[in-house]
Design a protein around this ligand. Structure first.
Ligand code: GLN
Length: 375
């Protein structure tokens, strides 16, 4: 017998539904993602720490869950909201249902929710804290608890999700795009790259290896001196959760690296690079999360359809005289990329590794390799 569940937002808005995944309660910032597929890559992206993710596309669970599609070892999103959950997946790669996968990891889900009403509410009033509860608690009391919970601003969530010790990564991306039996030649690993783990996604590391990087992943607190002592060809600043301005010491560390070694940043890494340059970041109303955001490359005029997952952005006015804005979002004009040519540094707000989403921007990994080759 399926249990009743309630989603209560801090502003008092509540949604009834049915429980799936683990029983219990979870609290986090309620955000929405408009991707039609890739819910396992989304749930396991460490950028979702502290967030309850609503899937705008109604049907979820169709392809079940499997270990190969994970971006990290577990779902980092603290909860999931869906319209209609499939309990009988139809996919030869499925190892378990989405329901069982979330239950195994202690993540609370609610289905049967009017996600269209919820997404429109978040777009109109902004992302906000919410609670999913499968316990018999009144919606009013739950909203009260959501109101009392801390918001995302000022939260350093990257330090907590970063690796504890450095490790080396040399696994290329899977041969999923090749015909059965075809094998790509192993990439020659020519570049030693230090990757800061602020909550990185596994596929980013794989795409760095694909372009010839031998990656040493380091914790977020690794100092600039420790990095430079390893004499890397380049430094990679990964994605991650929380408020970029709150990641302890990250901006000062990156400021000490800029100009000394080529640097490539993605999402949180992009925001930290902007802060290191003296720029400013701000909290967006509801952010960009999905796989169809149009981004214009101001250098070439080309438009890329991009995968995105962020709730903060870089204030373009704060970059004047410090960096060149290289990409903008065609939906709302926000900054999607910057460069400091003299420092051999560039970054993007969106996710060129996709996972999930379109691969229009995968060339940026090769651009980083070319930058290191020229150093
Ligand atoms: N995917 C990310 O790196 C997210 C960056 C940051 N936590 C934001 O929400 O804007």
């Amino acid at each position: 017998m399926t249990k009743r569940a309630v989603l209560a937002l801090a502003d008092g808005t509540t949604f009834e539904g049915r429980a799936f995944g683990a029983s219990g309660e979870t609290v986090g910032e309620v955000v929405f993602n408009t991707s039609m597929y890739g819910y396992q890559e989304i749930l396991t992206d460490p950028s979702y720490v502290g967030q309850i993710v609503t899937m705008a596309y109604p049907e979820m669970g169709n392809i079940g869950a499997n270990a190969a599609d994970e971006e990290a070892g577990l779902p980092h999103a603290v909860g999931m909201v869906v319209r209609s959950l499939t309990k009988t997946p139809s996919n030869w790669r499925s190892q378990e249902t989405l329901d069982a996968y979330l239950a195994r990891h202690g993540r609370v889900g609610i289905e049967g929710v009017d996600t269209r009403r919820l997404v429109r509410h978040l777009r109109t009033h902004g992302a906000q804290t919410g609670i999913i509860s499968t316990e018999n608690v009144s919606p009013g009391a739950l909203s009260e608890r959501a109101r009392a919970a801390a918001g995302m601003e000022g939260m350093d969530l990257a330090t907590g999700v970063s690796c504890k010790e450095p490790y080396v990564f040399t696994t290329p991306s899977p041969d999923v795009f090749l015909a059965p039996g075809d094998k790509r030649p192993e990439p020659e690993l020519k570049y030693d790259v230090i990757a800061y783990d602020y909550g990185l996604k596994r596929s980013m590391l794989q795409y760095l290896v694909d372009v010839g990087c031998r990656v040493t992943v380091v914790p977020s607190h690794f100092t600039a001196e420790q990095v430079l002592a390893k004499k890397p060809h380049g430094v990679f600043l990964a994605n991650g959760p929380g408020d970029p301005a709150a990641v302890k010491g990250a901006d000062r560390t990156v400021a000490a690296l800029l100009g000394k070694v080529p640097v490539f940043g993605i999402c949180l890494g992009h925001q930290i690079m902007a802060l290191a340059l003296g720029g400013r970041t701000y909290k967006m109303k509801f952010g960009h999360r999905g796989g169809n955001q149009p981004v214009k490359d101001l250098t070439t005029g080309k438009v890329e359809i991009t995968a995105q997952n962020h709730g903060f952005a870089v204030d373009d006015a704060s970059l004047k005289g410090k960096a060149v804005v290289t990409h903008i979002n065609l939906n709302d004009g926000t900054v999607e990329g910057l460069a400091v040519p003299d420092a051999r540094a560039f970054s993007v707000q969106y996710h060129p590794e996709a996972s999930p989403g379109p691969h229009d921007a995968r060339y940026l990994f090769s651009r980083f390799a070319t930058l290191m080759a020229g150093s």
